[in-house]
Design a protein around this ligand. Structure first.
Ligand code: RTP
Ligand code: MG
Length: 136
């Protein structure tokens, strides 16, 4: 079944000029970029996007980080792309994300308050539909 998921290249990925490297990996895997845009998200959008994490200690630092610069939002398409992108991204913590994954190959711990881990990907069909409606 063809799915769509929301991929975000976070401000750390954009600042490090990794947009091309990350999109290359998605395309090399066979997924299709159906739509794409680059802008600095408002805190209001981020509060909605990260609503499930409200109240957690990393929530405010996460919103600060995500609103600190441009993000690339991608509507990515393909069969089982939701699960497939999460597997390409690797574990949340880039220190332990496996080599071969985006976070494992390109990310590290910078000693900051929030994990700067380069990308976001929706974690279920429900999240993908909700997040795509917010960002596109
Ligand atoms: P994402 O939503 O960005 O695809 O990442 P994820 O599912 O792997 O991680 P999630 O648990 O949804 O957390 C969202 C983002 O919050 C930051 N985070 N920091 N303990 C921490 O410092 C911590 N935990 C999470 C990360 O940027 C994570 O991607
Ligand atoms: Mg998540």
């Amino acid at each position: 079944m063809t799915q769509q998921t929301l991929v975000l290249i976070k401000p750390d990925g954009v600042k490090r000029n990794l947009i091309g490297e990350i999109i290359s990996r998605l395309e090399a895997k066979g997924y299709v970029v159906a739509d794409l845009k680059k802008f600095t998200p408002t805190k209001d959008l981020l509060h909605k996007h990260y609503a499930e994490h409200e109240g957690k200690p990393f929530f405010e630092p996460l919103v600060e980080f995500m609103s600190s610069g441009d993000v690339v939002a991608i509507k990515l398409e393909g069969h089982r792309v939701i699960e497939g992108f999460r597997s390409l991204a690797g574990a949340t913590d880039p220190t332990v994300a496996l080599p071969g994954t985006i976070r494992g190959d390109l990310g590290r711990d910078w000693g900051l308050k929030v994990q700067q881990n380069l990308v976001h990907g929706s974690d279920s069909e429900e999240s993908a539909a909700r997040e795509l409606a917010l960002w596109f």
